[in-house]
Design a protein around this ligand. Structure first.
Ligand SMILES: Cc1cc2nc3c(=O)[nH]c(=O)nc-3n(C[C@H](O)[C@H](O)[C@H](O)COP(=O)(O)OP(=O)(O)OC[C@H]3O[C@@H](n4cnc5c(N)ncnc54)[C@H](O)[C@@H]3O)c2cc1C
Length: 467
C-alpha cells in the first residue's frame, strides 16, 4: 500500500469505517465538506437549543452495532418510545397507519369507499395481473384508489416532487410495512396473527441529539491516531493506471495533496464517478433536497407527539417534529422547539427563501393545521441538498451504469446512502462502513457485499412509511 486509507465524507458510513480502521491500528484520514461531522445525522446547536436534520432515531437488529453505541455513549444513550401521527383533513391518524384506527377514524362513507376501492383493485388484479412498475401501481393494487388518493399519493408527490406514477415501485415495497388492506383487516380481526413486519416503537437516542453519537465517534477516531478534516471546500482525485493515487483537497488550512492507499467514498455516487472520469456522460441520479425551519418557542411543551406527518399535498411541510420528545436536553429548561421539514429542490423557491419568508409561510400552514405558534423566540434555517435519493422509474439501470464507472478503479469502493444511491438508514450505513473498512485492510473489493447490506427485511422494521 502506497498511502493511508482515505475516506470521503464524515457521515455515519465514513465515520464507522474510520472507527473500524482506527480500532485495528490504522491511521485513516476522513475528508468532510461540512464543519460538523455526522452527515445527515448531524445536530445543529444554537443558544442551548439542538436540532437534528429531520429528527433521527437509532434502531437496529445488529447486536454488535448496538453494543458499540452503548460503549461509546454510556448513559447518554437513551431508550425512547415514539408517538407519531398523520394529520389529515382536520383529523389525526395513528402512525404507522393502523387498520383499526383507520376504520375508527374514517367515517362510514369513507370506510365504504375504501373497501369498495380495495375490492375493485383486487378484482382487477385477479383478472389482469400485471407487475407493479410505479409507486402508484404498487399502492393502488394493495390498498385501492380511495386510500391512495387520501394518504399515499399526495404525500408521496410532496415528498419526492415527482408524480407517484414516475417513482419506482421499489420504494413502496421497501418502505410500506402493511402488505395490503385485506391483510391489515385480517390482523385487526385477529384472524391472522403472524407478524411479517412490525415497526420498532422503541428506539435509542443520544441525550444531546443524534450528532452527539458521531462527534463521540470522531473523537475516538482521533484519539486512536486517525485524522478527521472538516470544512473541505473541494476535492479532486488523481488517477493513474486505474487507481486513485492521491486526493487533492482544498481545506480550511490550505490546499493538501493526500496520497491514497485504499479509498472509500461516501459522497454522492455521481460526484465520485465524475471525479474518476471527468467529462464522461452519466445518467442523472437525483436527490430530493430538504429545508428545515427550526423554531425556538417560549412554551414548555407543544404536543405529545414525537412527530406529525402532514398528509395534505396543498401544504409544503411534510413533518412537524418536537425535538424535546426525543430528549429533554434538546431545549433549555421550561422551553420547547419545533422543527418543520419542507421537501424541495435545490434552487427552487423554498430553497432560496430566507428565514423571515419561511416563518411567514410555515406560520400560515401551522394555522391551517389548527396550531397557534405566536411565541417564537428565535428561528434558523438549515438546508441539505442530498436528503432523499429519488427512485425514478429506471433508476436501478442508471445506478448500475454509474457504479460500473467506479468499479473500473481497483482501490476504490463506494458505500452509504449517497455513495450507493440507496434509501438506507444509519444502521445500514454504519454496517457498510465497517464492511468497507475490512475490505480496505485486505486491499479487497467486493461491491456486491456492500450493496447487499440493508436489503434484507428484518422482522423488526426499522423504518417508517417514509424516513
Ligand atoms: C429527514 C431524514 C430523516 C432520517 N431519519 C432517520 C432515522 O430516524 N433513523 C435512521 O437510522 N436514519 C434516518 N435517516 C437516514 C440517515 O440520515 C442516513 O441513513 C445516514 O445519514 C447515511 O449515512 P451516510 O454516511 O451514508 O451518508 P450521509 O449522512 O449523507 O453522509 C455523507 C457525508 O459526505 C459528505 N460529503 C458529501 N459530498 C462531499 C464532498 N464533495 N467532499 C467531502 N464530503 C462530502 C456530506 O457532507 C456528509 O457528511 C434520515 C434521513 C433523512 C434525510
Amino acid at each position: 500500500m502506497n498511502g493511508p486509507h482515505v475516506i470521503l465524507g464524515g457521515g455515519p458510513c465514513g465515520l464507522a469505517a474510520a472507527w473500524e480502521l482506527a480500532r485495528a491500528g490504522q491511521k485513516p484520514i476522513v475528508l468532510e465538506r461540512e464543519s460538523l461531522v455526522g452527515g445527515l445525522c448531524a445536530t445543529h446547536e444554537k443558544d442551548g437549543w439542538r436540532f437534528d436534520l429531520g429528527g433521527h432515531r437509532f434502531v437496529s437488529a445488529s447486536v454488535e452495532l448496538s453494543r458499540w453505541l452503548e460503549g461509546l455513549l454510556g448513559e447518554d444513550l437513551l431508550t425512547q418510545e415514539r408517538r407519531s401521527v398523520v394529520l389529515h383533513d382536520g383529523r389525526s391518524f395513528k402512525y404507522p397507519l393502523d387498520a383499526a384506527d383507520l376504520v375508527r377514524s374514517l367515517g362510514v362513507r369513507e370506510n365504504a369507499r375504501a373497501l369498495a376501492g380495495y375490492a375493485e383493485a383486487r378484482a382487477v388484479h385477479a383478472l389482469r395481473p400485471r407487475p407493479d412498475v410505479s409507486f402508484e401501481d404498487w399502492v393502488t393494487a394493495r390498498f385501492g384508489r380511495p386510500l391512495y388518493d387520501t394518504f399515499f399519493g399526495p404525500y408521496t408527490q410532496k415528498l419526492w416532487g415527482l408524480h407517484p406514477s414516475c417513482i419506482s415501485a421499489d420504494w413502496a415495497a421497501e418502505r410500506i410495512s402493511l402488505l395490503h388492506l385485506g391483510d391489515a383487516l385480517l390482523r385487526m380481526g385477529g384472524v391472522r396473527r403472524s407478524e411479517i413486519r412490525t415497526y420498532a416503537r422503541r428506539y435509542r437516542y443520544p441525550r444531546h441529539g443524534m450528532g452527539q453519537l458521531y462527534e463521540a465517534m470522531s473523537r475516538e477516531v482521533k484519539s486512536l491516531g486517525g485524522e478527521i478534516v472538516t470544512g473541505v471546500r473541494a476535492l479532486s482525485l488523481e488517477v493513474a493506471a486505474k487507481r486513485v493515487v492521491a486526493v487533492r483537497a482544498d481545506t480550511v488550512a490550505g490546499p493538501r495533496r493526500i496520497p491514497v492507499g485504499e479509498l472509500l467514498s461516501t459522497i454522492p455516487l455521481t460526484d465520485l464517478a465524475q471525479s474518476l472520469r471527468p467529462g464522461v456522460a452519466l445518467p442523472e441520479l437525483r436527490f430530493r433536497a430538504l429545508t428545515f425551519l427550526n423554531l425556538m418557542l417560549a412554551r414548555r411543551d407543544f404536543s405529545e407527539n414525537t412527530w406529525m406527518y402532514v398528509a395534505s399535498g396543498a401544504l409544503a411541510m411534510s413533518r412537524i417534529q418536537e425535538p424535546k420528545r426525543r430528549s429533554v436536553a434538546m431545549a433549555p429548561e421550561g422551553r420547547t422547539s419545533l422543527m418543520l421539514e419542507i421537501p424541495c429542490n435545490v434552487g427552487d423557491g423554498t430553497w432560496r427563501a430566507d428565514v423571515g419568508e419561511l416563518r411567514r409561510r410555515m406560520g400560515a400552514e401551522l394555522r391551517e393545521l389548527g396550531f397557534t405558534v405566536d411565541d417564537v423566540l428565535d428561528a434558523f434555517v438549515v438546508r441539505v441538498a442530498h436528503g432523499y435519493p429519488v427512485y425514478h422509474l429506471g433508476y436501478e439501470r442508471d445506478r448500475q451504469e454509474t457504479l460500473r464507472v467506479v468499479s473500473e478503479f481497483a482501490n476504490v469502493r463506494t458505500a452509504g446512502r449517497q455513495g450507493l444511491f440507496r434509501y438506507v438508514f444509519m444502521d445500514a450505513a454504519m454496517q457498510m462502513g465497517v464492511v468497507a473498512a475490512r475490505q480496505m485492510m485486505q486491499s479487497a473489493r467486493d461491491a456486491a457485499a456492500l450493496d447487499a447490506i440493508g436489503r434484507a427485511r428484518s422482522p423488526i422494521e426499522t423504518s417508517a412509511l417514509t424516513a
